[in-house]
Design a protein around this ligand. Structure first.
Ligand code: SF4
Length: 584
């Protein structure tokens, strides 16, 4: 049994639901879609009081079960106008679980800025947020540690979210207390800002009650052993992390470079790819940085990292592939230290590195600076921090900035920046980004390594769909999808582990069912919000401009892929085929 809190900000009252059994498993992305559809949120003003902001934890929350403490944040997106679930690592869901809280929804809007404090003893208070306003996330988190102690988990609206900038995500503290993990996409931080909730601070408590604790502990150890034995985990995620993807995408010509005008970053002298995971991880290791780091308690995969400068001083955490690409190669950066500097600005401001990088590259393409102009990028972050007129304009995100400057090469779908997989080359991920109701979100169905040029559309759509179903399932139970090389082929084990933890009687096909149902609900939400087939189209330049070095143009239009979810029952029920789901 766990509590679900409905927090009414207008009058600072709380309704508490008691949840148990399957209600604790049907969480995260599923719960968000179901709640938003059932409550007819599709047509509300996303920055008005009727847009609920949902924080949901999965059935393993509060335990040390590996990579199972993701926090799902959901609402109607002010960036896209469609549905949004943005999930993040860190300690927030872990903290909720340890208070035996399954999740919470912020309803309405507060009159004054508040910090919501969930105390260890179960009490809740609304504290004055005035001392924290306008400050960067690093400083605010240090103030929280001073005031509330070190043993806390924090969910935080950064300074850009305060002024409703649509670049804003919601920041969560990691296992070392850093404000470095972000529910990044869709402008969820602006929704938190619209509610005048500066932060939610959770006092970390003890291990929650579990249905069968000894079995849970055995399952946890078994899962850890499976992860340790997996070559993707030990050979890719642990030593290099997600930034290792850059070596692959640069090799095949699918990484965004200089506002998607090239798919490969090359050096004049044929030197190493300095923005690749191999180069950066070796550099970081040589300086004494940390290449194997867990963002949340218990994670065995440990894909995170702590990047240090030439003197061994911490610059940022983590350097992720999509950050490296959008904020790095796509802006013309070639020096990992410059990338780390920009990454840390985003961490401190609580903004999405994908949307921010795409937006800055559009500014460069519009002629405001040359690609690779570090001083200009620093100036952009200064304006964003100050909330100047320019900063507020740029905080509107890639689509709005492109429209303002009247340029045509604006890489967005449904108003959200395309992630680090050029759809001209990384075609299956491109189909996922075109069709998902979440905007151009690669995490909904990333099949980056599938060789696709010799294949026809039906096979590619089936691969996208199978991945989308599997991703929607893990996003609904609080699992990090980087465990998929183990969870996908061990779905029976996973169902039993949930049953041992919560006391349910789930069958293994539960995951396929919840993944499919989540996708159906998300599509229904977007239809009600007014989205049509035309919203699945890529920007025209992807069809018109051949991408160097492959010289490929995009093959598929909205009309080709829009009906993808009508084929849900035609794809297999065994999860994503191994060769499609793996990242290495
Ligand atoms: S795999 Fe990486 S992102 Fe996922 S929970 Fe572990 S450290 Fe965090």
């Amino acid at each position: 049994m766990r509590r679900y809190l409905h927090i009414h900000l207008q009058n600072q009252t709380i309704d508490t639901e008691q949840l148990d059994g399957e209600a604790l498993v049907k969480a995260g992305r599923y719960l968000i879609a179901k709640t938003l559809v059932d409550n007819n949120v599709a047509t509300v003003d996303p920055l008005g009081p009727d847009n609920p902001l949902i924080f949901s934890a999965g059935p393993f929350a509060g335990t040390a079960f590996s990579n199972a403490n993701r926090t799902s944040v959901g609402c109607k997106s002010p960036l896209t106008g469609g549905i949004k679930e943005a999930n993040s690592g860190g300690t927030f869901a872990y903290g909720l679980g340890r208070l035996e809280i399954a999740g919470l929804t912020l309803h309405g809007q507060s009159k004054d800025w508040v910090v919501i404090h969930l105390h260890k003893d179960g009490a809740m208070t609304f504290d004055d947020a005035t001392p924290y306003m306008g400050k960067g996330n690093v400083e605010v988190t240090a103030m929280f540690h001073e005031r509330y102690g070190k043993h806390i988990a924090v969910g935080l609206c950064g300074p850009v979210g305060e002024y409703l900038g649509l670049l804003a995500g919601i920041t969560f503290t990691d296992s070392d207390g850093r404000p470095s993990r972000l529910a990044a996409r869709g402008g969820v931080g602006a929704v938190m800002g619209s509610k005048k909730v500066k932060a939610i601070v959770i006092g970390l408590h003890r291990m929650p009650q579990l249905h069968d604790r000894p079995k849970h502990v055995t399952d946890m150890r078994t899962y850890a052993q499976k992860l340790q034995a997996d070559p993707v985990v030990s050979g890719f995620y642990q030593p290099t992390g997600t930034m290792g993807m850059a070596d692959y995408t640069n090799y095949v010509g699918g990484i965004p470079v200089n506002n998607f005008t090239s798919g490969q970053q090359t050096t004049a002298d044929g030197g190493p790819f300095t923005m690749g995971g191999t180069y950066i991880s070796e550099l970081n290791n040589s300086r004494g940085g940390k290449q194997t780091h867990a963002c949340m308690p218990g994670c065995i995969i440990q894909c995170s990292n702590v990047y240090v400068d030439a003197n061994g001083k911490e610059m940022t955490s983590p350097v992720e592939y999509e950050t490296l690409a959008l904020l790095g190669t796509n802006c013309g950066l070639t020096n990992p230290d410059h990338l780390a500097e920009m990454n840390q600005y985003c961490n401190d401001l609580g903004i999405d590195t994908i949307e921010t990088g795409a937006m800055i590259a559009v500014l460069m393409d519009a002629g405001l600076a040359q690609f690779g102009d570090v001083a200009f990028m620093e100036q952009v972050f200064t304006e964003l921090r100050q909330g100047s007129d320019k900063g507020r304009l740029w905080a509107g995100g890639t689509a709005r900035v492109g429209q303002h400057y009247g340029i045509e090469r604006v890489p967005v779908i449904k108003g959200q920046a395309i992630s680090a997989y050029d759809p001209r080359v990384i075609e299956v991920t491109g189909i996922s980004m075109m069709t998902t109701a979440q905007g151009a979100d690669h995490t909904t169905g990333n099949v980056a390594r599938m060789q696709s040029f010799d294949k026809e559309l039906p096979e590619l759509m089936a691969a996208s769909l199978a991945s989308q179903i599997a991703c929607a399932a893990v996003d609904s139970v609080g699992l990090c999808l980087f465990g998929r090389s183990v969870t996908n082929p061990n779905i029976d084990f996973l169902a039993q582990a949930v049953n041992d933890t919560i006391g349910t009687n789930l069958e293994p096909n539960f995951f396929q069912q919840i993944g499919r149902e989540t996708l159906r609900l998300e599509v229904a939400f977007n239809r009600a919000a007014g989205f049509t087939e035309a919203d699945d189209e890529l920007p025209a330049f992807f069809y018109q401009e051949p991408l160097a070095p492959t010289q490929r143009t995009a093959r598929f239009h909205a009309a080709d892929v829009h009906e993808i979810y009508e084929h849900m029952d035609e794809v297999g029920t065994e999860g994503v085929p191994d060769q499609y789901g793996r990242v290495s």
